[in-house]
Design a protein around this ligand. Structure first.
Ligand code: ZN
Length: 121
């Protein structure tokens, strides 16, 4: 896997986070960590990066990039914050956050589990 294969995920990312993702890949390369990105996406207003196979050494770098995405406008890359509109969560700067409002609390994901009905999918 080459770095170019990982860069193809730029097409799947909000444009404001393209630099953030490029920085992550170059930081990993600089640290001598080779990764194969399995998926990159925006979820609940933050960047998610999945590697296949998983590389534990890459985890702190990915965690830092995910944290940075939470304060980076996903449209333009300027400083932003997590905002909501119609239950859609996005990280936006004041200019792009027009029409959005601050969530009263961080979005919460609730998982319901029924006993006796657990499968691996
Ligand atoms: Zn913006």
């Amino acid at each position: 896997m080459s770095e170019n294969d990982n860069l193809r995920w730029l097409d799947h990312l909000p444009v404001g986070w393209a630099q953030l993702y490029r920085d992550l890949l170059s930081d990993l390369a600089a640290a001598g960590i080779t990764v194969c990105v399995d998926e990159v996406k925006e979820k609940f207003g933050s960047l998610r990066v999945h590697l296949e196979p998983r590389v534990s050494e890459a985890r702190p770098y990915i965690g830092a990039a995910e944290e940075r995405s939470k304060v980076t406008c996903q449209r333009c890359g300027e400083p932003g914050e997590m905002l909501m509109r119609n239950r859609i969560v996005a990280t936006l700067c004041p200019a792009h956050g027009d029409g959005f409002s601050k969530p009263e609390r961080p979005p919460v994901v609730t998982i319901y589990m029924k006993p006796g009905n657990i499968s691996d999918e």
